[in-house]
Design a protein around this ligand. Sequence first.
Ligand code: NAI
Length: 465
Amino acid sequence: MADHYDVAIVGAGPGGYVAAIRAAQLGFRTACIESRGSLGGTCLNIGCIPSKALLQSSEKFAEAGQALAEHGVKLGEVGLDLAAMMERKDNVVTTLTRGVEFLFRKNKVDWIKGKGRIAAPGRIAVTGHEGAAHEVEATSIIIATGSQSTRLPGIEIDEKRIVSSTGALALDRVPRRLTVIGGGYIGLELGSVWQRLGAKVTVVEALDRIIPNMDRELGTALHRVLARTGLDFRLATKLAGLRDLHDVFELELEGADQQTLAADVVLVAVGRRPYTDGLGLEALGVVLDEHGRVAVDDGFATNIPGIYAIGDVIRGPMLAHKAEEEGIALAEQLAGQKPHVDYDAIPGVVYTWPEVASVGSTEEELNAAAIPYRIGKFPFSANPRARSNGYTEGFVKVLAERETDRVLGVHIIGPDAGTLIAEATLAKEFGASAEDIARTCHAHPTLSEALKEAALAVDGRAIHI
Ligand code: NAI
């Protein structure tokens, strides 16, 4: 007989595992079906977490090689032990994925190992690793199967010489020349890792700017800093062809830059697409939208009663924290609560150096919507803590509605931007005005004073510029 659950979730990424824990907290008998050998999905296993581990390690390597001398710290010869760096990254991943297993046990969530297919509303057929079949019944089914890398036609990813983010997190040597296709989140973060470790990195981006979804000024500023540190950018340029000369690739470019490029490794980072393969959605009649995402209403319900979807597989930014919010909201909704996800207050962070972080509307969006706004800007070069730390690159930009002073968007490039954006996100959640931030006491000397000063600057009242 099939096991019966109140809630069964397919996929144990940040959307799925968080939904499972919240559902269990609310008293639901909950199962989470996951075929990967460890919990945590792309984010913990082959995404956010291993990339952050490598960003941290490579930043230390780059600092040891160049930046510490300025602080009066003298080192001998600096060497790279890539195997040790990779082992550390793997250990970070293992600790965190085991942490999710612990949380499942603590909350009495059953991890059902195998690949789930929704056989009918309320029924999931699970195929285990050795082909063992198992059936799970559930009152509510949540699809949280995430996304996978978008492929470029005619380019075969072998995860050794032509890699997606997965292979780029596990190269066994530093490539002499790495070409990155796509100047978005993945291309810039992983391009930075390998550039710091010694590769000559070229980024080929189809549009005329990098991080095209963020406020244009951030892209321009990041481009300038990364180019200065040695990344080579080919903007408004696409890959037209790739020839494998066995020990090297010859890349043919088209667009603004028509040259050919030689590369030892090519990283394809041109976006991600929803992952619904093998879920049986077509047979069930679950409606997808024009981008292949599962179509859901405001309550995450698909067109089939009892089947819901959250995270990368539905509309909205493909971000772990967005998926988590949706997972929590859906579990609470199933328990009869009235939760709400504010899609205008979801921060986006690129973990390059300097970091880039945004929340709310960009200037381009406000102009397109003809919403009058005022700008307050403050550079980190005028922030005493940034000066003391020696990280003076970047600025904070606050966009406030002209008439009401309500904060519409905050855009930061600079040291610790990913942490600083949390205050701006809270301000947006609370419907704060720029003046609310400006009148809030910020500890001195901290980087957060730059946000306060930018908020003051909205009204022309910044003190330190
Ligand atoms: P992305 O959407 O951030 O960037 C893809 C870039 O590739 C865009 O700039 C696009 O214009 C360009 N592009 C598309 N086709 C191209 C072509 N044929 N030739 C040259 N350029 C082309 O996607 P990315 O970097 O692959 O990341 C995928 C997703 O993963 C993102 O949507 C992001 O949400 C998530 N992610 C988030 C991270 C974070 O929060 N820090 C880190 C890594 C990934």
